[in-house]
Design a protein. Structure first.
Length: 413
């Protein structure tokens, strides 16, 4: 498992000598930029996307960014007036460097506080044996984010689904429905599947999704990426997890925010594994079976059982989505367990037909399914949860309230 490492407190002198002193930490030998051969064709070091926040919990947060060339990167951090700590990632005793995708976890930070940070990346021009030759350094502006209290009283979430690379949907819907005046009305943004059509390249992931998130909110508010069936298609599909961070670094996971337990499931593809399109290169049935075994443990966990409310996020709804293999197998794998676990609400997408389906004989909880990518059919779901009530409302892109669900806690068994 990755670990975090910290160096000494940041001072003006300390920062100037940081790269020279890193020898003691990682047996790196440093050559100053002035000692490198001059290169007239060297462009300035550039951050292609980021920083963006992931997994902000009461005592930790993950900060990610992508540079245009291999670097050694770290986060300068403070919870007061100064940036007094450094965080960088360590794997198996090696401080991470010579990479472009940076995923640095700030562990052991204080709950219920505002935190300051900036990202720093220094180009690695060449590696020879144990010697690293460094080039120029990029330092970002200072940004802030807030960790929740350990027992926060209220949690607010915005949920998109199926915007299918219409990147303008992100600012249009967030700016219109995510704020009261200048006050932000969300603690987390969820993208509940089918962010993309087919994923073919890193440039697509950055341009169509990461940059719009960073420009609007993601430097200071985290987002959660939920895999949809379109994310599993295309030449770049197997690389997508590198660009996000999840609990246990799996698409399926669970976490708590205040009175709410959030369970994230990955429905995978809606076609069968033997479909001719995949040439034998997928195995979603065993993957969903694996998730079933994990879900059995989750619904018995103290975090799940003791929460005031339980929410499920899954792109493919188990019900009200036809009889293709994917929805049918999801229902077979997860449906009985979610009913046994007395889930309060499921949020899904996939069908491009928005609707709110009350509990019935098949599912003992309401299911909200968001709309599709076309103007007039786009939706956003706003969820507001306290220990006494959970409210979820679905709003169409023209501002019309499609419907609302108000829940109170179920009596514990």
């Amino acid at each position: 498992m990755p670990e975090n490492a910290e160096n000494s407190p940041i001072t003006a002198a300390g920062r100037r000598s940081f790269l020279q002193k890193i020898t003691a930490l990682g047996s790196l030998s440093v050559l100053s930029p002035s000692a490198l051969p001059a290169r007239e064709d060297r462009d300035p070091l550039h951050v292609q996307a980021g920083p963006y926040l992931q997994n902000v919990l009461h005592d930790e947060a993950t900060i990610m960014w992508i540079t245009d060339r291999n670097c050694f990167s770290w986060v300068e951090y403070g919870d007061g007036n100064h940036l007094h700590r450094k965080f960088f990632e360590v794997h198996n005793g090696l401080i991470q460097g010579n990479n472009r995708i940076n995923k640095i976890r700030l562990k052991g930070i204080k709950s219920g506080r505002f935190h300051k940070y900036r990202i720093v990346s220094t180009e690695i021009v060449r590696v020879s044996g144990s010697q690293f030759y460094f080039g120029e350094t990029y330092t970002s502006p200072i940004y802030t984010f807030q960790t929740p209290e350990l027992r926060e009283d209220r949690f607010r979430m915005l949920v998109f689904n199926d915007h299918h690379e219409r990147s303008q949907t992100i600012p249009e819907m967030l700016y219109r429905f995510g704020y009261h005046g200048n006050e932000r009305d969300f603690d987390l943004v969820v993208f509940n599947g089918d962010v993309f059509d087919n994923t073919e390249s890193e440039e697509q992931v950055i341009r169509q999704f990461l940059r719009p998130c960073v420009e609007v909110f993601a430097k200071e508010v985290p987002f959660l990426f939920v895999q949809g069936n379109h994310e599993v298609r295309g030449a770049f599909a197997r690389h997508i997890p590198q660009y996000f961070s999840f609990v246990d670094e799996k698409y399926y996971h669970a976490f708590s925010r205040g009175p709410l337990r959030v369970v994230v499931l990955d429905g995978g593809e809606d076609k069968s594994d033997d479909n001719w399109e995949y040439k034998g290169m997928v195995a979603f049935d065993p993957y969903r079976e694996e998730q079933r075994e994990w879900l059995k443990k989750e619904i018995r966990s103290e975090e799940f059982r003791n929460s005031s409310f339980r929410l499920v996020l899954i792109h493919i709804p188990l019900w009200h989505s036809g009889d293709w293999h994917g929805p049918t197998h999801c229902r077979e794998m997860f449906g009985d367990l979610l009913n046994q676990g007395e889930v309060d609400l499921m949020l899904s997408g996939h069908t491009h037909r928005y609707g709110i389906h009350p509990s019935d004989g098949d599912h003992r909880f309401p299911v909200m399914i968001g709309g599709g990518p076309i103007s007039g059919n786009r939706t956003i779901i706003k969820l507001d949860c306290t220990k006494d009530d959970l409210r979820a409302k679905m709003i169409r892109d023209d501002g019309e309230l499609i419907g609302e669900i108000n829940l109170t806690p179920k009596k514990k068994r």
